[in-house]
Design a binder for this molecule. Structure first.
Ligand code: PBG
Length: 296
C-alpha cells in the first residue's frame, strides 16, 4: 500500500470536504505523519502539491521551481524519515491556470511541447531526492523522453512508475478539489489525452508502449471499476502492476460508511483485497494508514 499525501504551503492541516478524514498537510506536520506511516509498514508515499493560485500560469512554470512545495517536501521527508520511498507525479495540472496536465492551445494539449516541460519537471524532482517518478499526464512519448532526461542528468537509479492506462474518469473529482485544480479546469475535461472508459485494448497498447520506452512499473487508474484492466495487464505483461484506488472511490466508501450503509472496516479491507486478487503488486490508496492500522 502506497499512501498519497496532499501538501499545502501553510502550516497545520486543512480538511478536504469531498474526502472526509483526508487533509492537506503543512510542512510542520508532514514529516510526523509520514514517519507514523513508515512505522506502520507503508513503504512509500506519493506526494501531491496544492499550489497557491497566484503561482499558477498557463505553462505551469512553478513545476520547474526547485524551491516549490513538492521539492521542499521531498527534501524534508527524505532527510527526516529515512527509508521511506517518495513518489512524485509528473504532470502540470497542479501548476496550470487552466487545470490541464499540459500546455494547451485551442482546447487541445500540445503533446510535444508539454513533454519537454515534463522532462525538466522530472529532473527537478529527482534532484530534490524523489525515488520514483510517476508521469500521470498521459502525453505520448513522455516515458522515453523522461527516461533519457533522467539518465543524462545522472539519475539512472530513479525509477519510472507510469500511469500507463489512465482513463478520463469521473472518479478524480475529489482529487481535483484537494489539489485545487477543479476550479481551474471548470467544465473542461481531459478526454483528448486520457483514455476512453469504454476501451480495453487501448490499455494494453498504452502499457506496451510505456514498457518499451523504459517504464519500470505500470499503473492502472481508477482502480476498483477497472480491475478487469489490472488483471489483463498483469496477465499479459507480468510486470510490476500498480493500481490507484482514486479519490472518488475513497469518497464513495467513506460516504456510505458515514451513513451507516456499509461496515467501513470490512468494506475497506475487502476493496483492497480485491486489488490483490486482480493481480496488483501495489495499490495507491487514501486508506493506506487506516488499513495498516487495522491489519496490525
Ligand atoms: C493529475 C492526477 C490526477 C490524479 C492523480 N494525478 C487527476 C487527474 O488526472 O485529473 C487522480 C487521483 C485521484 O483521483 O485520487 N495528473
Amino acid at each position: 500500500m502506497i499512501w498519497p499525501v496532499f501538501l499545502q504551503p501553510e502550516s497545520g492541516s486543512t480538511p478536504i470536504p469531498s474526502m472526509p478524514g483526508v487533509e492537506r498537510l503543512g510542512p510542520d506536520v508532514l514529516v510526523d505523519r509520514i514517519g507514523r506511516a513508515k512505522e506502520l509498514g507503508i513503504p512509500a508515499v506519493a506526494l501531491f502539491p496544492a499550489t497557491p493560485p497566484a503561482r499558477k500560469t498557463p505553462t505551469g512554470d512553478e513545476a520547474l521551481n526547485p524551491e516549490n512545495l513538492i521539492c521542499t517536501a521531498v527534501r524534508a521527508v527524505k532527510k527526516q524519515v529515512p527509508g521511506i520511498g517518495v513518489i512524485c507525479d509528473v504532470a502540470l495540472d497542479p501548476y496550470t491556470s487552466h487545470g490541464h496536465d499540459g500546455i494547451v492551445q485551442d482546447g487541445y494539449v500540445l503533446n510535444d511541447e508539454t513533454v519537454e516541460v515534463l522532462r525538466k519537471q522530472a529532473v527537478v524532482q529527482a534532484q530534490a531526492g524523489c525515488d520514483v517518478i510517476a508521469p500521470s499526464d498521459m502525453m505520448d512519448g513522455r516515458v522515453g523522453a523522461i527516461r533519457s532526461a533522467l539518465d543524462a542528468a545522472g539519475f539512472t537509479h530513479v525509477s519510472i512508475l507510469s500511469y500507463a492506462a489512465k482513463y478520463a474518469s469521473a472518479f478524480y473529482g475529489p482529487f481535483r478539489d484537494a489539489v485545487g485544480s477543479a476550479t481551474n479546469l471548470g467544465t473542461a475535461d481531459k478526454k483528448t489525452y486520457q483514455m476512453d472508459p469504454a476501451n480495453t485494448d487501448e490499455a494494453i497498447r498504452e502499457v506496451a508502449i510505456d514498457l518499451a520506452e523504459g517504464a519500470d512499473l505500470v499503473m492502472v487508474k481508477p482502480g476498483m471499476p477497472y480491475l478487469d484492466i489490472v488483471s489483463r495487464v498483469k496477465r499479459e505483461f507480468g510486470v510490476p502492476t500498480f493500481a490507484y484506488q482514486v479519490s472518488g472511490e475513497f469518497a464513495m466508501l467513506s460516504a456510505a460508511a458515514a451513513n451507516g450503509w456499509l461496515d467501513r472496516k470490512r468494506a475497506v479491507l475487502e476493496s483492497l483485497l480485491a486489488f490483490k486478487r486482480a493481480g496488483a503488486d501495489g495499490v495507491l490508496t487514501y486508506f493506506a494508514v487506516e488499513a495498516a492500522e487495522l491489519l496490525r
